[in-house]
Write a new protein. Structure first.
Lengths: 183, 260
């Protein structure tokens, strides 16, 4: 009974009968130990939550992110270097291919020219051979035709002599024909 | 004397009840037991307990649950947690130097508690723990005692050179030393009253305007004013936490490097 009376008295120090504050509640000494006690508990709890769990975790996340960014930048630079290398190699290959193509074209051109020259020479040779052969044939034909003419002339002369009633000597006729033909 | 004041207050109550205007701007700061009425002892579970517990829960939600995925590309909550971390970490490093980073968890604890309590206090009908001098004085005294002890442990007697301005003319030095000593001991007072005073004043002003809102003629204006002041209070809630934290860093720097 006495303690509850005391409690009522104490409760009445800072709050009036209507439940309103008397003066500044901030200056009410009755409430100070309560606030200090719970504040200390709260700060200790927050400190342990932060220092044991939250802050190391955030620090590791930030470090990991920094590492990832650094790695990504390094990887990007590496890729860029590879790309420029590939470009240089491509340019070199292109230049090589172009010069090679020019070489091949020149070689082909030379080869074709040589073949053409050879073919021309061969054709000239063949033409010369053919014309020589033809000339020989013509000469032969001419010679054989002269011989035939001689025989025909001798036969014709003998026949003419026979028809005139003469009995011509074979040797005299051929000598006469030969001398006429030479003349 | 006390009864006279009480009597006067009661009369004033009757007066305002008759006109419909009720001003109790300080009632929001009353510490009440959560269960039953009566005496508030040291270990009584009060609205202080409740709102400090909510602050712990909110800090844990932000800093522990929010970062639980440890994402390389952070979610919004994780971003806020990382921003808070980066903000205070950079402040400690910039103000106290690399050797101050050892004390970063303590400063982070102070900042998170103050900023979270200030913001939670802006929820209507809530209780603002940082509006009480009992709370801010404990915070400021912890900083003051911690920093002073640290200064003597780290520097020994040469910590006293903090008060001896060697760059000033010799004749002025004793006077400056006196001023420095006084300002050093005033630190916890200004440190604590600045925070609680700002928070308390803002909340009281909001309540006064809320009282005027009952009068139909001025209520639109009052509501606009409450909105504007609320916006200001959001700013104050953050800035006071920032100021408290950066002053802590400055005091810590003095303890680590007392030579001017």
């Amino acid at each position: 009974m006495a303690t509850s009376q005391l409690a009522e008295d104490l409760a009445g120090i800072c709050v009036d009968s209507h439940g309103s504050a008397i003066g500044m509640p901030q200056l009410c000494s009755e409430w100070i130990p309560n606030q200090v006690f719970w504040l200390v508990i709260t700060l200790v709890v927050i400190f342990f939550v932060l220092s044991r769990i939250a802050l190391p975790r955030i620090a590791s996340v930030l470090a990991e992110r920094q590492g990832t960014i650094t790695n990504d930048i390094a990887a990007a630079e590496e890729l860029k270097r590879q790309a420029s290398e590939a470009e240089a190699a491509y340019d070199k290959a292109l230049a090589d291919a172009r010069s090679e193509a020019q070489g091949i074209a020149q070689a082909t051109r030379d080869e074709i020219k040589a073949e053409l020259d050879a073919a021309t020479a061969k054709a000239d040779e063949q033409i010369a051979a053919k014309s020589a052969e033809s000339e020989a044939a013509i000469a032969e034909i001419r010679a054989s035709s002269l011989a035939n003419i001689e025989i025909v002339a001798k036969d014709a002369a003998a026949a003419i002599v026979a028809r005139f009633g003469g009995n011509a000597d074979q040797a005299a006729i051929s000598a006469a024909v030969d001398s006429r033909m030479k003349g | 004397m006390a009864t006279e004041v009480e009597h006067g207050a009661e009369m004033a109550d009757h007066a305002v009840e008759n006109t419909g205007l009720v001003f109790h701007p300080m009632d929001q700061f009353i510490v009440k037991p959560l269960f039953g009425d009566g005496h508030v002892g040291m270990f009584t579970i009060t609205n202080v307990t409740l709102w400090m517990a909510i602050a712990i829960a909110a800090i844990a939600a932000l800093m522990v649950w929010g970062t639980s995925r440890r994402a390389i590309v952070p979610s919004r909550t994780q971003s806020v947690a990382e921003l808070a971390y980066g903000f205070i970490h950079k402040m400690v490093e910039d103000v106290t130097g690399k050797d101050g980073l050892k004390y970063f968890p303590y400063i982070m604890t102070l900042f998170m508690f103050i900023v979270m309590s200030n913001f939670l206090g802006l929820i209507p009908m809530s209780f603002t723990t940082t509006s009480h001098f009992a709370v801010t004085v404990v915070l400021a005294l912890a900083v003051f005692l911690g920093v002073t002890i640290l200064g003597f442990v780290k520097n020994g007697a040469s910590f006293l050179s903090l008060f001896w301005v060697s760059s000033a003319p010799l004749a002025l030095r004793p006077i400056l030393a006196l001023i420095e000593v006084i300002s050093y001991f005033v630190r916890p007072v200004s440190h604590s009253i600045r925070l609680a005073g700002n928070v308390m004043a803002g909340h009281a002003v909001l309540k006064v305007f809320a009282g005027f809102a009952a009068v139909a003629a001025v209520s639109p204006l009052t509501i606009v004013a409450i909105t504007a002041i609320y916006g200001l209070e959001v700013l104050v809630a953050f800035i006071q936490a920032y100021v408290f934290t950066i002053l802590t860093c400055v005091y810590l720097k003095d303890a680590l490097h007392p030579h001017h």
